[in-house]
Design a protein around this ligand. Structure first.
Ligand SMILES: *[C@@H]1O[C@H](CO)[C@@H](O)[C@H](O)[C@H]1NC(C)=O
Ligand SMILES: *[C@@H]1O[C@H](CO)[C@@H](O)[C@H](O)[C@H]1NC(C)=O
Length: 356
């Protein structure tokens, strides 16, 4: 039995390490605070500072936004206008469904099939922003983000994305020079992340959305990019809610369904769910151990019966006990074995009844 326990533990260890390995990037995201690449508030000139002009502006002055067609709903028009008004010298491009598809077909035809086959329109809206940033460079802004000040200071970095609390980065506001290695990698791997994860919210998040981007970002950082390949992180307070922040947030995401609410609920109750997870894990472990023990008994029973018949008769032998608790399916199989054994079985039955 000692050897059995060892095998049992090894098998479980292998399974657990496999699981941990496959989610290791996700786990490491939980403890990533992005401090190494944060854009510190001390290095950002305040809105009307003369320091702004002394900084290089390497990101092109283009603002990209996406919507299905040209008729932007009223709730977002104010936000959109605030960005256009503050940046009269910037080029403004609204990527409609039609325009996005034409662009992919012309410039990235290898991606067109994936692009067309995305189940949710938001996946196309997510992916097109990575392609246009990789291609033209510029600043992408979600339609529900308005501008609070000019973006010029952010043009000084080769690429920047926004930090989200408690973990990871988001894709609702980001900037990049053309052909930045991070966004090139993002568009390169998009296809391989096009998988379904049962719940629409998780599928969207992990195939094209913020979770996908966070995982690629984390992996990208592990390769230690050089200064030009660095991705700088805009922290929460520089993102919105303050006079010196770059953006204002207008209305919440429109596409969150009931599964998103479930996930937000899980996020709020993660301590309870973690404890529950450990308890369930423990119970599953105990069940597995029990089943494994039964299987060992079953195996030893057959070996036992074919070799040493007489001791089978002892009422306290393990085979009797195991037959008692064996599930129906296994019991039937063992009866069949009894029939096959034939004469021996008859003899043993006689012995058995005589003893009674
Ligand atoms: C910056 O200057 C503009 C006009 O030039 C003014 O409207 C705005 O209030 C100023 N912002 C700050 C924070 O001083
Ligand atoms: C845009 O889409 C909306 C709703 O799908 C529709 O009502 C509107 O007419 C469309 N606008 C244009 C310019 O096609």
């Amino acid at each position: 039995m000692r050897r059995g326990l060892l095998i049992f533990l090894i098998v479980n260890l292998v399974i657990i390490s496999f699981l941990v390995r496959s989610v290791s990037t996700l786990l490491s995201l939980l403890v990533e605070d992005a401090s190494a690449d944060a854009i510190h508030r001390s290095e950002l000139p305040s809105p009307n500072s003369s320091l702004i002009e002394q900084r290089p502006q390497i990101i092109p002055k283009i603002i990209h936004q996406t919507y299905k067609n040209e008729s932007i709903p009223e709730v977002w028009q104010e936000a959109q206008q605030s960005c256009i008004d503050l940046h009269p010298d910037y080029e403004y491009i609204l990527w409609t469904n039609e325009k996005s598809r034409e662009f992919i077909a012309a410039e990235y035809p290898w991606f067109l099939e994936t692009f067309d086959n995305y189940k949710y329109p938001i996946q196309r809206a997510d992916s097109i922003r990575y392609f246009v940033l990789a291609h033209y460079g510029g600043t992408y802004i979600d339609l529900d983000d308005g501008c609070n000040r000019r973006l010029d200071p952010l043009l000084a970095y080769p690429a920047w994305v926004r930090r989200t609390v408690p973990t990871g980065i988001s894709n609702d506001a980001m900037g990049s020079v053309p052909q930045h290695p991070f966004f090139l990698r993002v568009i390169e791997v998009l296809q391989s992340y096009d998988r379904s994860w049962l719940l629409p919210y998780i599928t969207v998040m992990y195939s094209t959305g913020p979770l996908f981007l966070s995982v690629i970002w984390k992996e990208y950082m592990q390769d230690g990019p050089n200064e030009a390949g660095r991705v700088r992180i805009l922290m929460q307070e520089e993102y919105n809610k303050h006079s010196w922040s770059f953006f204002t947030h207008h209305v919440g995401n429109s596409w969150h369904g009931s599964d998103a609410r479930l996930i937000f609920w899980m996020g709020q109750h993660w301590v309870f769910l973690t404890v529950l997870g450990f308890i369930l894990g423990g119970l599953v472990g105990i069940c597995l151990w029990w089943a494994y023990g039964r299987l060992l008994l079953l195996g030893s029973k057959y070996r036992y019966r074919y070799s040493k018949l007489p001791s089978f008769m002892s009422p306290s032998s393990p085979s009797r006990r195991s037959r008692f608790v064996m599930p129906t399916l296994l019991r039937r199989v063992s009866f069949k074995k009894d029939e096959e054994v034939g004469p021996i079985n008859e003899a043993s039955y006689e012995l058995y009844s005589r003893r009674d």
